[in-house]
Design a protein around this ligand. Structure first.
Ligand code: KPL
Length: 302
């Protein structure tokens, strides 16, 4: 996602610098650029890239797209890039990312934080280092979880110059939960059964589990004071499956390639928050255990 989003923003005229924690990969991307496959064609984007945050100055906007288990260490790494006029926007999967960024980057601050949060829907798969296939670019929805709505609107306006659809919302927590609920239902099932997202609608057993996972997660959201969906939540998540039918979810890709998954930051968060609110989440809990067991069996790559 980091390579894909950087490449698309740079191609559309933004001045992008990519911060990659792996020095050898940063060097490679700097020298070779990013190859993007989109709508049947490969094209190349060259951009600034470094593993040294001090090489990259203090931009107007830092977008965080690392895996959700790496948010705290990414925040430590990117600290030198955060100047007085910098906003930091997480578009990661999972719950708890903006809180982690705020804890590391602005300890003690509660309101009008420079940390923004949002969601992005984009099908992206890494074919090799610096080679990314993009299969659909959806909107970015963002907002200020601490109430700095002017900042969120300014950033959304600026980002909309380079991204097809950007929406600033005041209730960003609902948007984060909507995405987390879709991920909590789609990702572990597709990863464990090794199917593309659309198959969850075709197999009756998988569809029943999908619905159960949505119900569990929505109950936890409601217990946390969030009403994530205006209409039917199950219909909404099934809509994501339809929209991304041919996609292999990020968790499917991670598990099948022996990488650590975001299960703890997606379903794990829902289980923990459910337990704190007295809401049972048995299916999510079972899938956390199954995904972790599979992670443990495959060779771990960071
Ligand atoms: O965000 C996704 C992911 O794979 O992580 C979805 C929306 C499920 C698309 O595949």
């Amino acid at each position: 996602m980091g390579c894909g989003v950087s490449a698309l923003l740079q191609e559309r005229g933004a001045s992008v610098a990519l911060l990659d924690h792996r020095p050898e990969r940063a060097e490679y991307l700097k020298a070779s650029g990013i190859d993007v496959h989109q709508e049947g064609q490969w094209w190349k984007v060259r951009l600034r890239c470094s593993a040294q945050p001090t090489d990259l100055g203090t931009p107007d906007l830092v977008i965080v797209l690392v895996k959700a288990y790496a948010t705290a260490s990414a925040a430590e790494t990117l600290r030198p890039c955060v100047g007085p006029n910098t906003s930091v926007l997480t578009l990661q999967n999972g719950l708890g990312n903006w809180e982690t960024l705020q804890r590391v980057l602005e300890p003690g601050s509660k309101r009008d934080s420079s940390i923004l949060a949002g969601t992005i829907v984009m099908g992206a798969a890494t074919e090799a280092v610096g080679k990314v296939r993009i299969s659909g670019v959806g909107p970015i929805v963002l907002g200020s979880p601490t109430g700095d709505h002017d900042r969120a609107r300014r950033v959304a306006e600026e980002l909309a110059r380079f991204w097809p659809r950007v929406q600033a919302v005041e209730d960003v927590e609902a948007a984060l939960w909507r995405k987390a609920i879709a991920n909590a239902a789609i990702n572990p099932l597709t990863a464990l059964h090794e199917v593309p997202n659309g198959r969850l609608l075709e197999e009756p057993d998988l569809r029943a589990d999908l619905r159960k996972l949505v119900e569990e997660a929505v109950a936890v959201a409601r217990a946390s004071g969030i009403e994530p969906f205006e209409a039917d939540p199950i219909e909404a998540v099934e809509g994501v499956c339809r929209l991304t039918a041919a996609n292999h979810s990020s968790m499917f890709q991670d598990l099948s390639q022996g990488r650590r998954t975001e299960i703890d930051q997606i379903n794990g968060e829902i289980v923990r928050r459910g337990a704190a609110a007295g809401i049972p989440t048995p299916l999510s809990e079972a899938l956390v255990a199954q995904v972790k067991a599979r992670e443990g069996r495959s060779q771990q790559k960071p």
